[in-house]
Design a protein around this ligand. Structure first.
Ligand code: DP6
Length: 334
């Protein structure tokens, strides 16, 4: 099945109708997976081989303004700067927006503003696509359900289907070939004391995009066959940890899940290593601190940066050990 067929199925009668407004803005938070999505059963629709679970980062994310323009070409601005329409960033975005309009009509002026580093393994594409879907839904007044919006966001980037909600989100892998059962679900649980820390070592664009890395891992890594059962165990443990507010279980399961994902990449050919020396030094420091009794864990995505996991009571201690860390309290907003 092709992406545009999914879009037409979801929009039904609303497909190819005129926009209702001339301008709409929408925000979506970025999300960090505690149990990772790594591997697809369908490359076209970004259907995953396994379910995953994430936490959204409150006001860290992307704001997208979609405006109908009378011009002949779309215009894309990222953080205020005009992007060339043939840049990889613009092409990926326009390809996605083209799924929702007829022969490039209408033309848009698109302003996307993000307060997280682009492509540094901080899931910037996730909140980007989720905010575009929300802005389109507003502009055309489709009034789609959260699940439908999640399915549409997935067509842009898999992890985007988890950025439609704040808090903990479970992305169900689903079994259908059209992916209508593969979308996020909010766990609704709150954990006010939970903190994340962004340890940014590099804002450089990743050397290998995650979709290429996933593909290479599945096709060449001998360790990948162990991944689905590892995910089932970690997912169950993380859900239990959230329900019981068992921080040690949450931290251990999330860190071990990330390490296992990276182990599958290390054993791919050619090998994929996202860590840089700073990443490994920080990991060693975290393990040392944990040995000294501090409850601190980490997770790592397709980039060198780490995301720390700890509780509010340890903020001072974490700041003392990692002076550059940016602390996020995902439940502080509500
Ligand atoms: C390591 O969602 O960026 O961050 O579906 O190909 O766009 P595509 O991949 P993407 O992959 C995210 C991978 C990850 C793990 C995760 O977020 O679950």
């Amino acid at each position: 099945m092709k992406k545009y067929e999914v879009v037409r199925t979801i929009l039904g009668e609303r497909w190819n109708t005129a926009p209702h407004y001339t301008i709409k803005t929408a925000f979506a938070p970025t999300n960090i997976a505690l149990c990772k999505y790594w591997g697809k059963r369908d490359e076209e629709l970004n259907l995953p081989l396994t379910s995953s679970l994430s936490i959204s980062l409150g006001n860290k994310g992307t704001n997208t303004e979609l405006k109908i323009s009378g011009k002949h070409e779309d215009e894309i601005y990222f953080n205020g700067g005009l992007m060339a329409n043939d840049s990889p960033f613009s092409q990926r975005l326009l390809e996605f927006i083209d799924l929702f309009r007829y022969e490039h009509i209408p033309r848009f002026s698109i302003h996307t503003n993000s307060n997280i580093p682009l492509a540094a393994g901080l899931a910037s594409s996730a909140c980007g696509f989720a905010s575009i879907v929300l802005a389109l839904d507003g502009l055309f007044d489709w009034q789609l359900s959260q699940d439908e919006l999640s399915i549409l966001a997935r067509l842009g980037s898999g992890s985007a289907c988890r950025s439609l909600w704040q808090g903990f989100v479970h992305w169900h892998a689903g079994i259908r070939s059209d992916g209508m059962d593969s979308h996020g679900e909010s766990l609704r649980a709150r954990w006010p004391e939970l903190c994340l820390g962004l340890l940014i070592f590099s804002e450089a664009e990743k050397a290998i995009p995650s979709r290429i890395a996933m593909q290479r891992t599945i096709t060449t890594s001998a360790l990948y066959q162990a991944w689905p059962s590892k995910v089932s165990r970690d997912l169950a443990a993380i859900k239990q940890a959230i329900a019981n507010r068992d921080f040690q279980l949450l931290g251990k399961s999330a860190e071990s899940n990330a390490m296992t994902m990276h182990a599958t990449m290390l054993s791919a050919w050619p090998p994929i290593v996202y860590a840089i020396p700073e990443t490994l030094l920080a990991m060693q420091r975290i393990w040392e601190l944990r040995g000294d009794g501090l409850q601190i864990y980490f997770t790592q995505d397709a980039g060198p940066n780490l995301k720390l996991l700890f509780l509010q009571r340890d903020i001072e201690n974490v700041l003392a050990n990692f002076p550059g860390v940016e602390i996020i309290q995902p439940f502080a907003m509500d």
